[in-house]
Write a protein that binds this ligand. Structure first.
Ligand code: UFG
Length: 330
């Protein structure tokens, strides 16, 4: 049986991946400082509470491990602009501590949780892995820096790495047991559901004058369980091909803000107030993945990313956990 260390495994995408790994017969050790992760999200796995910067603890945790899936990171674009050093320290420097600890422990395989934010304002839609990477905030930049460092480390230390660039992660586990517990800085899907549940008095659309079919931004929403499955495929294929490879993970289809809101109203059966406001700073008009490479090389297909299914599962999670795990969240 393969034993996997999952850093940041108690977070949103991490906990779904841990569940998928366990369901596929992997042994899982979660390494998480619980700053924004939740114990309850990984109740079925072994949990080590530790900092990414703690090289000694990491090395001990890496004992007997076959591969690492690395999620632990800060994720807020706005915060990264206000506090860049915090993002470079955690997402880049602490990532290097992990790579060094892996080297010491002789662990040679790593799947890295990257993001479409590495592309910044895309120069072509759909975005290919070979499209220019020009991040427009420290969040995306810190993730790109780690990808690049990983690339060199894989070559120098004979490691195998795969960086997965997620587009808009959304939805929740179909059991209703896992979901996005970030209640403070809600993404569109979560905000729409809170509006449908009456927890938000209105939903603001940021810009209706974009050059798109209905004037609102389009995004590539991918179900978190589809993302989770991609990590298993990546682990299975990690030793094939170049030492470090990069894959987009999305559906290849764009869904507009207005379409998300219409689907939320349909699925929830609730009407809510929608206000059209100005554009939000830093929003690209469209962000849609070209997923040919992941299809071809990893055999990746989405099965849960229909927008109504995404909303249905997220709605179930929020109804069962209105205040996230144990009533608290970051
Ligand atoms: N939006 C609204 N109203 C809201 C919230 C969002 O109109 O209340 C719009 C945004 O303007 C955007 C779309 O909905 O057009 C999606 O916004 P999200 O905040 O849900 O997601 P982003 O596309 O901004 O963010 C995603 C990932 C980030 C990643 C970023 C890369 O969630 O982690 O893409 O650009 F960094």
């Amino acid at each position: 049986m393969k034993k996997i260390l999952v850093t940041g495994g108690a977070g949103y995408i991490g906990s779904h991946t841990v569940r998928e790994l366990l369901d596929n017969g992997y042994e899982v050790v979660v390494y998480d400082n619980l700053e924004s992760g939740h114990k309850e999200a990984v109740a079925k796995a072994k949990l080590i509470e530790g900092e990414l910067a703690d090289s000694g603890k990491l090395q001990a945790a890496l004992e007997g491990i076959d591969a690492v899936v690395h999620f632990a990171a800060y994720i807020y674009v706005d915060e990264s602009v206000a506090e860049p050093a915090k993002y470079y320290r955690n997402n880049f420097s602490n990532g290097l501590v992990l790579l060094e600890a892996m080297r010491q422990a002789g662990v040679k395989k790593i799947v890295f949780s990257s993001t479409a934010a590495v592309y910044g304002e895309p120069t072509e839609i759909p975005v290919k892995e070979s499209s220019p990477t020009q991040p427009i905030n420290p969040y995306g930049h810190s993730k790109l820096m780690f990808e690049q460092a990983l690339d060199w480390c894989c070559r120098a230390y004979e490691m195998h790495g795969i960086s997965l660039r997620y587009f808009n992660a959304s939805g929740a586990h179909k059991s209703g047991e896992l979901g996005d517990a970030h209640l403070v800085q809600a993404h569109l899907g979560t905000a729409a559901i809170k509006a449908a549940l009456g927890e938000l008095s209105e939903l603001k659309i940021f810009g209706t004058d974009w050059d798109t079919a209905d004037g609102t931004c389009t995004r590539d929403y991918i179900h978190v369980s589809d993302l989770a499955r991609a990590h298993i495929l990546a682990l299975e294929k990690i030793e094939e091909g170049e030492p470090h490879r990069v894959y987009n993970l999305g559906t290849g289809k764009g869904v507009s803000v207005k379409e998300v809101l219409a689907a939320t109203k349909k699925v929830s059966g609730a009407d809510f107030k929608v206000t059209e406001t100005g554009r939000r700073a830093g929003d690209p008009q469209a962000l849609i993945a070209n997923v040919d490479k992941a299809r071809r090389e990893l055999g990746f297909e989405t099965t849960e990313s229909d927008i109504e299914h995404i909303i249905e599962t997220a709605l179930r999670w929020h109804q069962r956990h209105p205040k996230g795990f144990s009533g608290g969240s970051s």
